[in-house]
Design a protein. Sequence first.
Length: 273
Amino acid sequence: MQLDGPLLLAGAGNMGHAMLAGWLQGGLEPGRIVVQDPAPQPHIQQELKARGIQIHPEVAAMPEPPAVLLLAVKPQVIDQVLPQLAKLVGSATVVVSIAAGRQIAGLAAYLPEGTAVVRAMPNTPASVGRGITVAVGNTRVTAGQRDVCDRLLRAVGEVAWVDDEGLIDAVTAVSGSGPAYVFYLAECLEEAGVAAGLGPALARQLARATVAGAGELLHRSVLDSATLRRNVTSPGGTTAAALEVLTADSGGLPELMRKAVAAAARRSRELAK
C-alpha cells in the first residue's frame, strides 16, 4: 500500500485504531503515518511508539502536506479540530471523514477552496476486519484519490461507493446501526431460549454461536439470504412454524425492520449538519 505523501490520522480511538491496524497489515509504511490525538488509550499509544509511528497530542506542522487526512474524531469535535487541521491540507490532499452525520459541504467550509473530500460510513465489524464502508466524494475527488481512499477503507472490510450523499442516511440505518440489530437478535434469541427452559449459559452459547455461524455462512455462500433461509425451512417443520410468526403481515419482523431502519434514517437526517 503506497501513498504519494504522508497519511495524517486525526483520532486514534476504536475506529481510527482499527483502520490503522488494517493499513499496517496491508503494508503501509509506519514512517509515512502521523497520528494526531490528544489522549489515546495507553495501549494504543504504546503500540504506536513501538511501531515508530509519530503521534502528537495537538496539531503539529508537517514537512509536507498529507496525501490523505483521515478524520476519525467524534462528530461533535469536528468544529474545533478541523480549522486547525485545515492548515496542513495541500492542493493534492484528499480529506476522508468517518465522522457520522457530518456532511461534505459542512466539512468543506473549513477547508481550502477546491479540497477533495470523501465522506465514509464504516461500521463496527471493521474492528475485526469484517466491516463494510459506504463512501461518497465531492466533485474534486480525482480517480486516483478515489482509488487511494478505496484501498485505505478496504483494509477493514468491504467498500461500496454511491454518487448521492443523501443515501448515507439510509446506509447509516442499515449497515452503520445494523450490527446493533444483530446483537439484539442474539440477545432476544438467548432470552427466548431461557423462556423455553434452557439454562442461561447454554442459551447464550447457542444464541451467540448460531448468529455468528449463520453470519459466516451468509458471508461465504454464493446464495442470497432468502435462498439460504428456504434451504433450512422444511415444509411443516419447526423452522416453518417459527417463520410463520416472524413473517406475519402485522407485527412481524419485516414490518418491525422497516420501521427500525426508517427511524434510524430519520434520526440520521436530524443529526446531519
